[in-house]
Design a protein around this ligand. Structure first.
Ligand code: GP9
Ligand code: MN
Length: 647
């Protein structure tokens, strides 16, 4: 007997027939539920295929546990496991109908959410839902009426059980392999719960969620208030006094943040075939009321846009791996929206994508963001949407009525999307020449950046028309790089220089603009990063920051500290750039003695270390900040009230 026949015989054991029936029924049911209940955004044939196969591994694995039972008990164990799995699937169905999201452990452990779930989800259950338990019913009937034959209750050989588990693991590995091919870094970055369900299936998602939640709560449990004292000492010793000139220069004004998707600073002032890529932003660099920072760097990790949002709100660093918004949304924060809210501001975020992306619907609650205008507020018809969501032009246009309705003063954040990898535009939206390299990503980048620039110009127009412009601070920042090192060849053509590691570090500059009505602006050459924006803006608004735990320092202060750590531990200062422990001199890029980088290196390491302590240990829960009421996430609800909108 060759090995294939052995495997075949082992797997085709008649004693396993009932088990296979359960596996197939659960598999089919999961697939039907995916089709009927969830909106998973299937985009290509591979995703269709993965959706079809993704329930198999978990069905084999979990139902397989029953095979360890002997006699008739085995059959009942299969039924019980099948019921538990069906129940879990159905709980997600009920939850999804209301929240358009999947259950996470922290949300069901959370008493308020659990209560809300009970009330709202029960209302959304239908009698026909019994169908979702049909397989369990069939299995029970099979056992009760076709009474299990004695020979079928004999023990199953360990080897055969082993083969069942091995098949489950092999199928899962293949599933994950294909999923990673379609969406690299799916598990490390996790992106969105919808993605995990779409690629790996509901059960594997649930397992992943359980593992990450347990990991996160262990880190939290191990931390104590003593850890906070150490952090506080470090922060207090590194305070930056606000500048006398600008402190309070924008008192009581509205603040609008615009996350300029993937915009790197090399685009500013750049021409392609004689045409400016970003004429509007170029004009702002010398606008009389605008500060333009030309040595400003992104500091994001794997959470990209959401990491940048995290820094803007908290002046803390994101995490060294994974997205902080996925892993630490349940932490206690003293974020800028909450601070401003307690100073009389209304706070909102606008984003033409699903609210679950980057777990924003959870994270924003911890930040104290009151209103979240997600994709459900926009006309998401085909002509308005590309790639991740709303195109920037209709996005700003459709946002205006909501913005105008906000009670002033407000802090509103807009997350643009059009300049997102792979930088595609509908034909009708292209009005910029191709850069002519043989890399479509780089060619597209300038075109989408140009489109975004036009959208920003329009938005400024809307602000003027609405009368908001003269009392609204506008903070615009490139959230992170757009062109990765995979495109070095084309970038060499575009920039004229080979992209060395030194050059690549310099390319991590992103533009920052702060438009302050009535204040004389200029081009600021101070070195800084995203972590520095919060103290800068709070000081402009006339709010002291010395009691807050911030790791950034005011970019407009004469005491501003010019050490910019990147999330991977590299860092830049006006004189040096440190990459992988090598010290380069600016601007020559010559490697110099490591000693030169050491003093700044110590500061950079400490900042990241203390930030990680705060975030992993959830240390702000121990910080009793005078004059600040802790945020209660239960006070926020981003479920769009359909009735209210149709009034
Ligand atoms: C999606 C948007 C893009 O909601 O934030 O995310 P990114 O991939 O840039 O982090
Ligand atoms: Mn982004």
């Amino acid at each position: 007997m060759n090995w294939l026949t052995k495997v075949k015989n082992a797997l085709l054991d008649r004693k396993l027939l009932f088990f296979y029936t359960a596996v197939v029924l659960l598999w089919l049911k999961s697939y039907i539920v995916y089709q009927i209940e969830f909106n998973l955004g299937i985009e290509n044939t591979l995703q269709k295929f993965l959706l079809l196969i993704n329930p198999i591994s978990s069905a084999l694995f979990f139902l397989g546990i029953a095979l360890f039972f002997k006699g008739r008990k085995r059959y009942w164990a299969i039924i019980v496991i099948d019921f538990v799995m069906s129940f879990l699937l159905y709980a997600n169905v009920a939850y999804y109908r209301f929240f358009n999201d999947f259950i996470t452990l922290p949300t069901i452990m959370h008493p308020n959410d659990a209560g809300e779930l009970k009330d709202s989800a029960f209302a959304l259950m239908h009698g026909a839902d019994i169908f979702y338990f049909l397989d369990t019913i069939i299995l029970i009937l099979l056992v009760v009426f076709r009474s299990v034959q004695p020979h079928q209750t004999a023990p199953i050989k360990k080897r055969k059980i082993g083969l069942v588990f091995a098949s489950a693991i092999i199928i899962f590995a293949a599933n994950l392999g294909f999923a990673e091919a379609d969406r690299p870094q799916l598990l490390t970055r996790s992106f969105d719960r919808t993605y995990l369900v779409k690629y790996l299936g509901q059960y594997n998602y649930q397992l992943y969620d359980a593992v990450t939640s347990v990991k996160s709560s262990t880190q939290r449990a191990l931390a104590s208030s003593n850890d906070l004292t150490e952090v506080k000492n470090f922060v207090d010793a590194n305070q930056t006094k606000p500048s006398k000139q600008y402190f309070g220069a924008a008192k009581d004004m509205n603040v609008v943040y615009i996350s300029m998707e993937s915009l790197q600073n090399f685009v500013i002032g750049k021409k392609i075939k004689g045409q400016e890529v970003t004429p509007f932003l170029n004009h702002l660099t010398h606008d009389q009321n605008t500060f333009y920072f030309d040595n400003f760097f992104h500091q994001v990790g794997q959470g990209k846009t959401s990491d940048a949002e995290f820094m803007m709100a908290n002046s803390l660093y994101p995490l060294p791996s994974g997205a902080v918004s996925m892993q630490k949304a349940q932490n206690t924060y003293q974020a800028q929206p909450a601070i401003l809210n307690q100073n009389g501001y209304t706070t909102a975020s606008f984003h033409g994508n699903s609210k679950t992306f980057w777990n924003r619907d959870q994270m924003y609650k911890s930040f104290g963001i009151q209103k979240f205008f997600d994709s459900s507020y926009y006309d998401m018809s085909d002509e308005n949407v590309i790639n991740y969501g709303m195109k920037d032009k209709p996005f700003f246009k459709q946002s205006m009525p909501y913005l105008k309705d906000l009670k002033e003063p407000f802090e509103a954040k807009f997350l643009t999307l059009s300049n997102h990898f792979p930088f595609e535009l509908d034909k009708g939206d292209v009005n910029f020449p191709s850069a002519g390299t043989n890399d479509s990503v780089v060619n597209g980048y300038f075109q989408t950046a140009h489109y975004m620039d036009q959208a920003l110009k329009q938005f400024f127009g809307y602000l003027k028309e609405s009368g908001l412009y003269d009392h609204t601070v506008v903070v615009m920042y490139g959230d992170h790089y757009g062109i990765s090192t995979n495109h070095n060849q084309a970038m060499k053509q575009v920039t004229g220089d080979p992209i060395t590691p030194y050059k690549n570090a310099q390319l991590q500059r992103v533009p920052l603009f702060i438009h302050v009505p009535g204040v004389k602006g200029n081009v600021v050459h101070q070195y800084g990063g995203e972590v520095d924006v919060r103290p800068t803006v709070l000081h402009l608004l006339g709010l002291k920051t010395n009691d807050y735990i911030s790791l950034g320092s005011d970019l407009l202060s004469p005491d501003h500290q010019e050490i910019v750590p990147f999330r991977n531990g590299n860092f830049v200062t006006p004189n040096y750039t440190s990459i992988d422990d090598k010290c380069y001199e600016n601007p020559t890029g010559k490697v110099v003695d490591k000693q030169q980088c050491q003093p700044a290196g110590k500061v950079a390491r400490d900042e990241l270390k203390f930030s990680d302590k705060i975030v992993y240990g959830d240390l702000l829960r121990f910080y009793d900040l005078k004059g600040f009421t802790p945020v209660n996430p239960d006070d926020y609800d981003y479920t769009r009230d359909k009735k209210a909108d149709n009034k």
